[in-house]
Each structure stands twice: as C-alpha cells, then as structure tokens.
Design a binder for this molecule. Structure first.
Ligand code: DPP
Ligand code: ZN
Length: 889
C-alpha cells in the first residue's frame, strides 16, 4: 500500500489537450474508446507515459494510428505505461471494456436503479479508461454516448448537446461537447429512463440558461424545492460574488445509490436523491435546509472548483473549504445567520474537534495519504477537517479583511487563476495582494493540525480605567507533528457594561503602544484582536467600570477557549450579549460545566442535583418573546453526549448518557407548563411553507415536545401521540415519532410499525425509520439492529441505507459502546462484509472505531481486537486499511 506525499508533487511529463470519449453502453459490457491529444511538457524528451487504470480490460492502444504491440507498453494491475512515446505531440487512442453492472464500489461508471451514472472524484475516472487521473491534467472533452433507446432514452454528459440521432438495432446516440477545460474528476455521464423538471434562469448579463432536474418520472413532483434552491443559488452568487453561470444548460440528476452527498461535475451535477427529493409530507425541515445548502454548494463549485481547480488532491480544501464557506453564507442569507452559525459551529465542535484530537488528526492540507477518498466529508463522523475546518479558515480571511476586502481577494483569485489548477498558497496570495496587507503566519492554518487551545485571563484596573485581556495559546501535538508554532488567531470581542450594553471601544495598549480601535474614525462596540504569539496582552483604556468580556464572538476562530469568567458572568452573557451567537455559547459553556460536574457525581454514586439557576436561565430564554424561535430551540438544547465525552480524560458513555437523560427530565419537569404552552402556541393549520419563521416555529415546538415526551407521564405521552396523528408534514410527524419512541413503551412498537406501513413505498422515509431505531439508547438495541439488517427494505449495497442503519447505530453512545463489546463486534463484522462491496462506505463505517483510545481499558481491548481483526483480513481495501491501521498506531 503506497502512501503519497505532498512534498513529492511533480509536474506531469505530458499534458492532455483534448479528449474524445466514445461510450457504447451495454448490459454485459460497455466499450470505452478514447482519443487523446498528448503534448510532452518538454519537447524532445520522451519519458515513459504512465496512465492510471484498474478493473477493466484493455482492448487496444494506438499511437498516431499505429497499434502498439506487447512490449511497447507495459500493463500492470493499476497502470498502463508507454515506454517510449513520440518526442512531440501525438494522438493516443485506447479502447477498454468495462462492466458497470458489476461495479458495487459506486466509483467510475456504475448502475443505479437500472440507470448508468458516474462518480469520478477523487479517482474514479481510472475505472473508466486509462488516463492520467490527476486534477492538474485539464483537457477539453467531447463525449459520444450510444445505448439502447428504450432502456436509456436520456443520454447526458458535460457541456452542450451538439448532436443526437437514432441508430440501427433500437439504439441511439448523443454527442456532448464541453467548451471548458477540466480535470477528469469532473467528467460525468448519465444514461437512463428519466424525466426532468424544466425551468430557466436569466443571468445578470442576459444569458438564458435552461435548468433541468432529472429523476425517475414518479419523483419529478418532488423536485420543486431543488429547483427553487438552484435558482436562488444562481442569483446569490451573482449578487454576492459577481459570479455568473457560463453555459446555456445546467443539469442535475438524482440517483438513489451514491457514496457521497452530491458531485459538481461541469454542468451535470449528480446528486444523492436524498439531497434533491422533497415534499412536505416526506421530507423534514432539516432535509429542506440540507437540499438548499447542497444544491448551492455544488452550483458554487462551478467557479470555486471547476473554473479554478486544485493542482493536486492535497489542495482539496482550496475548493471544498471555500465552497462550504460559500454555501454556509448562502444558507445564512436565505434564513437566520445566527442559527446557521450555531449549527455550523456545533458541527465543527462535535465532529472536527474530536478528530483533531485523535489518531486521524491531519492539517486542513494533509501532508500524505494512502487513499484520497478518506478525506471526503460524510454524513457520519467522517473526515471533516478539509471541509469544515477549511471553511473556518476561509471565514477567518473574511473576518480579518472585511466583506469588501474578502471580495477583492476573490476577484483577484479568479482574475489570476481562471482555467488553472492551483494551490492553497495561490488563494492566500490573492487575498494578501488584493488587500495589500500582511497576513503574517496565517498559512499555518493549512499546515498545522490540532485545535489550538486558547486561555484568557482578564483584569480590571479601577484606578487606571484599564481592562486587560491576557491571551496564551497552545497547539497540541498531533501524529507526525510533535511541536507547533503559535497560530494567527482573530478574536472578535466586545465588553459589556453592567446594564448589559456594549461599551464603546476607542483605544487599547498592545505591544507597548497605544492603538486606536476605531473604524473609519468612529469608536466601535466590537473589535478584532490579532492574536499571533504564544502569549499576548491587550489592554483597553478609558473603561470606567469593570466590564464583562464577550470573547470570540461568532466563533471567530476554530479554537478551544478557556477563560477566567465565572458562572455568573456567563449567566449575564446568556441574558444580555448583543452577539446572539455568544448568548447561545454562554449557555453551552454553562451546560458543559454542569454536565461535567454531574458526570463526576454520577461516577462517585452521588445524588444528581440540577442547579436551579441553570433552569432559571433556560426558562427566561424559553419565554422571551423577542427571541427568534429557532434560536430558542438551539439555546435550550444541551451539549451533545459526544461533546462532553470529548472533554473527559477517559470518556464514559454510560455516565454521560445517564447525566444528560437526568438533566433533560429535570428540565422538562421544572419547565413543564412553559413547554406545554410552547407546543400549544406553535401549532399551525396552515399549509407547509419552507421559510425561516415557519421552520423556527416547528423547531421550537418539536424541541418542547421532545422534552415533554421524555417525562414518560401519561399526559405528555398522549400529547405526543396526538401530534403524531394530526401532523400534516414530515417535520412534525417525525419529531412526534422520535419523541414517542425515545423510551421503551407499549405503544413504541405499534407506532413504529404504523409509520413503516404508511411510508414503505418511499425509500427516503424508510431510511429515517431505520436511523431512528438504530440510534436508540434502549439497552440491548444491537439485537434489533441486527434484525433490521435482514429487513426486506435494507440493502448493504445502498450507501444511504448503510449510513442510516449502521452509521446511526455507531453514533449511539450506549449501544455502540456497550460494555460487553456487542456493538464493536457487530461493527467489525459489518465492516468486513461491506468492504467487499464498497470500500468507501466501509471506511466511513470503520472510522467509528478511530477514537477507541479515549475509553476505559475494557472497551479499549474490545475495540482494538476488532480493529486488529479488520486489518488482518485478506484483500482488505486501501480505504479501510488506512483508517484502521492509523487508528491502531
Ligand atoms: N466534490 C464533492 C462535494 O461537493 C464531493 N462529494 O463535496
Ligand atoms: Zn464540495
């Protein structure tokens, strides 16, 4: 198994200028012919040309029309090498035979529900034909597709349709031409029985673009929201970034079998159906929001990813961090900025921070990999550093440079690099140069792994009227990086006066000099501290009273923050901070502290008692009519169990679960009447609408219902049943189902089977049903999950089903981490089975083991045994090997 290193990057010896592809699609075999115009990088030198390729049969290779004989090329299991190509440009023609109907890895060309489709990122194109499968090879593509007309009436590829027609024997063809050069990972082909929802968009310069979303006929009605999202995204990118779409056609195809969420192939995005199909009856608000975000994400890639792409896969965050940032901003502008920020920060904290503290920790730009696929983001605990931390890094540029400065940087980036394959330094340089500014050691965010730990101590000097904030930082050692340098951490802060208002800030001492913190000559209420050293002090002057500092507003840097603020200070911030994000954060800090304390009590068999001040804080948030309802829903949600375990020296899933359950019950008991009031006053008989006020209303109502149902009293149980029965949309119906099924009860099984019977025809809803049961903390649930593996609706070959059942099970702290090892054993068996079918999906599942060292000795032993069993399997994929072996290391 070969590890690839960033430092070993070399320019390609040959460039490919154009490629003509010809696909003859068949049930038994598919013939792929390619004609590539090749140019050596250095004329007159002809080093061997090595092409990637696997899982196919080579039929012929020709150079300038002459068929090569054995000996003139070398064929290995993973590559085809031409030993002495011509000294100048030449035409390379290759014919291969592939078997999409047998391709269960879902990379390359494969079949999903009878239709042909492709997934080439990161390295799937090498399963289609022999090619230099690397992103810095950018060619112009022309693609001819030929297939049976009745079975595959729709034939799609990138770019413009230039010709189509009928052929003998019931076959037909289509020819597509893409005028933009692209790397092969952006190539796509779809052939099948599909229907489209058609619409159009007129761009800012007046170009009319046809928009088509393709699905099986019966699903077309469920594509309205996806189309709405696409048009909103196109408009937003014009308005915010001045970026216009560049072709006359934009296609989206939804397929049920897809490893990832979606793929930004040039003008032919392919999506996991889950992220396209929605109706009020079958999809929840969360699904609607995810569709908006991901449709936006893939569309935004057209500029950040496609027009400007990555030089090599180590630069993945160049396009993904940036595009995640863009989709986050898009969703914020379409809904509530604070709520979106809270959701994104929670995700970083619950997925990326733990990863950064474990054996899989790697920088935003990794230094090496065995299998690139392992760096892609997934719904589960998969690798989130490149995408999520990468997006935080992009956000920091914007924080430091301001909206306008950031935009100038983006403009320069496109001006310099349109049509190129570039690096993270190129992005950095564009930001720096456009603003003519010094970004110091900011680049360390790309190369140093680990979450910086920031400590702040404050001191008020009543005589001098100064308030000092002393910062120190430490970046913990991570695999391969024992010693770290201090990072450039932008810290947005405000100082609250005793009435809870932001004080006016005008100057501070820093580095021994008095600096103005005014903006455009005006005093400010909030400022950015540029914290770049191991230790640094900032002293505000002219501060008349002891302030309460609000630190790291909006989570201005992805760090762990520890302060000397008291609980009372946090209660004060919870009640008053003008930065809504930090109000939420203050509540979370209090929640985390309290939970950790109670976990200690639980471990020492002490009685659990919930501090009444905490409940009081929640009550005042809950009844505050001036607050956004979704913000309230988030603010009354306790930190997750994973988040708390992440803060413990030895993670104790049983204790954390017991404490969180206790707290939820206690809160529900004490706030019962308020919560009942929330449910009653947030019902609506109106038709489902996807907009922020309505989603916020449902979110709050559902949160209240979940608390109440946890009480296990007849009145609340009855209420949840009633909500379940009367719900007219999936958001409320499913929330009621979750509420009812959280504890074992007589009706639990009845309601579960009622729900299944109602929705068995809809595979996306059935996946929710799988996940709901899999994640359950009812003791011994592993047996139920095993049974569900044999349920007629389950299929190990479909990634969504695996993520719903196995993925969800692994996120249940109680059952996955069951002390008898039953959860680990179950996952071990499934991973081995799954690896033979789909290594990408298997490796996502095996990452559930990656933090095994965080648990007690008994659990460590059990998990380690499973990992050892897995790495010893014969013929194990590189994907699973990389995760399992790095976890063991
Ligand atoms: N490049 C794809 C994305 O947009 C991979 N799933 O994230
Ligand atoms: Zn992406």
């Amino acid at each position: 198994r070969k590890e690839v290193f960033l430092k070993d990057y070399k320019l390609p010896d040959y460039y490919f200028d154009t490629i003509d592809l010809d696909f003859s699609l068949g049930e038994e075999r598919t013939i792929v012919s390619s004609r590539i115009a090749v140019t050596p990088r250095v004329k007159g030198s002809s080093p061997p040309l090595s092409l990637d390729g696997q899982d196919m049969k080579l039929i012929s290779v020709k150079v300038d029309g002459n068929e090569l004989k054995e000996g003139e090329y070398h064929l290995g299991p993973k590559r085809l090498t031409l030993s002495s190509p011509p000294l100048d440009s030449f035409l390379l023609e290759i014919v291969t035979e592939i078997y999409p109907q047998k391709n269960t890895s879902l990379e390359g060309l494969y079949k999903s529900s009878g239709n042909f489709c492709t997934q080439c990122e990161a390295e799937g194109f090498r399963k289609i034909t022999y090619y230099q499968d690397r992103p810095d090879i950018m060619a112009r593509y022309r693609c001819r597709i030929e297939a049976d007309k009745e079975l595959y009436p729709v034939l799609l590829s990138n770019g413009n349709l230039v010709e189509q027609g009928d052929l003998e024997g019931g076959r037909h063809y289509a020819i597509w031409d893409d005028p933009f050069k692209k790397p092969c990972y952006l190539f796509a082909l779809v052939a099948g029985k599909l229907k489209s929802r058609d619409d159009s968009f007129v761009t800012c310069s007046g170009r009319k673009v046809d928009l088509r979303i393709w699905t099986p006929e019966q699903d077309v009605p469920k594509t309205a929201h996806a189309m709405y999202s696409l048009k909103a995204a196109m408009k937003w990118d014009e308005e915010v970034f001045g970026l216009e779409y560049d072709l006359d056609l934009f296609n989206i195809v939804a397929v049920p079998d897809f490893n990832m969420g979606a793929m930004e192939n040039k003008s032919l995005n392919i999506f996991n159906s889950k992220l396209v199909l929605a109706s009020p009856e079958t999809a929840s608000d969360e699904d609607y929001a995810a569709i908006l975000g991901v449709i936006g994400h893939e569309y935004f890639h057209n500029w950040t990813g496609n027009r400007v792409t990555c030089r090599d896969w180590f630069q993945l965050s160049l396009k993904e961090g940036l595009t995640v940032f863009r989709d986050q901003e898009f969703s914020s502008d379409m809904g509530s900025r604070t709520v979106k920020r809270i959701a994104d920060v929670s995700r970083v904290r619950t997925t990326q921070f733990p990863q950064d503290a474990g054996p899989m920790s790697h920088p935003v730009r990794p230094h090496s990999y065995i299998k690139m696929d392992n760096f892609y983001t997934g719904k589960t605990w998969h690798t989130v550093t490149v995408y999520r931390k990468g997006a935080e890094v992009v956000r920091m540029y914007k924080t430091l440079l301001g909206s306008q400065g950031f935009r100038m940087g983006m403009d320069l980036y496109f001006k310099r690099h349109d049509g190129q394959a570039v690096t993270c330094e190129d992005f950095f340089a564009a930001m720096r140069d456009a603003n003519n500014t010094d970004l110091a050691n900011f680049l360390l965010w790309y190369s140093q792994a680990g979450t910086p730990f920031v400590r702040v101590t404050s001191n008020y000097n009543a005589e001098a009227n100064t308030f000092s904030l002393k910062f120190s930082q430490e970046v913990p050692p991570t695999p391969g990086q024992p010693v770290k340098e201090p990072m450039f951490i932008p810290v947005i802060i405000g100082l609250l006066d005793s009435a809870g208002k932001d004080m006016v800030l005008s100057s501070m001492y820093h580095d021994g000099t008095l600096q103005s913190v005014e903006k455009d000559g005006q005093p400010v209420h909030s400022t950015i501290l540029r914290f770049t050293k191991k230790e640094e002090e900032f002293v505000f002057s002219g501060i008349k009273d002891r302030p309460i500092p609000s630190l790291l507003r909006g989570f201005s840097a992805p760090v762990r923050l520890e302060t000397d603020l008291t609980d009372d200070d946090f209660f004060f911030l919870l009640a008053h901070d003008s930065d809504e994000f930090n109000r939420w954060e203050a509540g979370q800090v209090l929640g985390r502290k309290l939970m950790l304390k109670l976990v200690g009590d639980f471990q020492q068999n002490k009685d659990l008692v919930l501090n009444s001040k905490f409940i009081g804080g929640l009550r005042s948030i809950l009844i505050d009519q001036s607050l956004d309802k979704e913000f309230i829903a988030k603010a009354i949600t306790l930190p997750g169990e994973g988040e708390i375990m992440d803060l413990m020296a030895v993670a104790d899933p049983d204790a954390v679960h017991a404490v969180r359950t206790f707290m939820r019950k206690q809160i529900a008991r004490e706030l019962k009447s308020e919560l009942l009031g929330v449910v009653a006053s947030n019902r609506s008989s109106e038709e489902y609408v996807f907009n922020h006020p309505n989603m916020a209303r449902r979110a709050l109502k559902n949160k209240a219902l979940a608390y109440l149902a946890g009480l296990e009293d007849p009145e609340c149980h009855e209420l949840a049943m009633q909500e379940y029965k009367s719900a007219t949309n999936m958001t409320e119906q499913f929330a009621a189902l979750v509420a009812i099924t959280q504890t074992a009860s007589e009706t639990r099984d009845e309601v579960l089977s009622d729900f299944y019977n109602k929705w068995q025809h809809d595979f996306l809803v059935v996946n929710k049903w799988f996940a709901l049961q899999a994640v359950s903390d009812i003791p011994g649930n592993v047996e139920n999950v095993k049974k569900l593996l044999n349920h007629p609706a389950f299929d190990l070959r479909n990634p969504n089903k695996v993520y719903s059942l196995i993925g969800a099970f692994c996120s249940s702290p109680v059952n996955f981490h069951a002390k008898d090892g039953s959860g680990y054993e179950f996952l071990g068996e499934v991973v081995v089975q799954l690896d033979k079918i789909n290594p990408q999906v298997a490796s996502r599942m095996v990452s559930a083991f990656s933090r095994w060292k965080r648990y007690d000795e008994t659990r460590q032993k059990l998990a380690k045994a499973q990992l050892e069993m897995i790495v010893s399997v014969n013929g194990l994929s590189e994907n699973v090997y990389e995760i399992a072996s790095k976890s063991l290391a």
